[in-house]
Design a protein around this ligand. Structure first.
Ligand SMILES: C[S@@+](CC[C@H](N)C(=O)[O-])C[C@H]1O[C@@H](n2cnc3c(N)ncnc32)[C@H](O)[C@@H]1O
Length: 105
């Protein structure tokens, strides 16, 4: 591919067209579900499916770090895709939710 590639449209649809293990890193500033400035795109957070696709396209065998883990959606997707995961979160309520989602069967 050339030095850069930009695609209009839904990221989940585009992710599905990409080969597994073809990406070195996913670095993003996603919607946070805060309704930032009343923007519709910030009414919700990305689904587990989106993060699972992000992890699928990454080169395998990695350790995923989410330093701002929140309730752990990235971690849930990482474990489901066979990655190891480290997460940091300072809000105890969010931390406990993340822990439950990843440690309870
Ligand atoms: C937090 S903003 C990113 C801002 C960016 N860091 C900047 O400097 O402009 C998130 C962006 O994701 C886009 N977005 C939300 N859901 C999307 C989806 N399913 N597929 C593609 N883009 C999406 C929104 O339109 C919004 O522009």
């Amino acid at each position: 591919m050339k030095q850069h590639e930009l695609r209009l449209g839904d990221c989940l649809e585009h992710l599905r067209t990409m080969a597994s293990g073809s990406v070195d890193a996913v670095v993003t500033d996603p919607p946070y579900g805060l309704r930032f400035m009343g923007k519709r795109w910030d009414y919700d957070v990305p689904s587990v499916e989106v993060w699972a696709e992000c992890l699928r396209v990454l080169k395998p065998g990695g350790l995923v770090l989410d330093p701002f883990m929140g309730t752990g959606t990235t971690g849930v997707a990482a474990l489901a895709e066979g990655f190891r995961f480290v997460g940091f979160e300072r809000e105890a309520e969010y931390f406990e939710t993340a822990k439950r989602r990843m440690e309870e069967p």
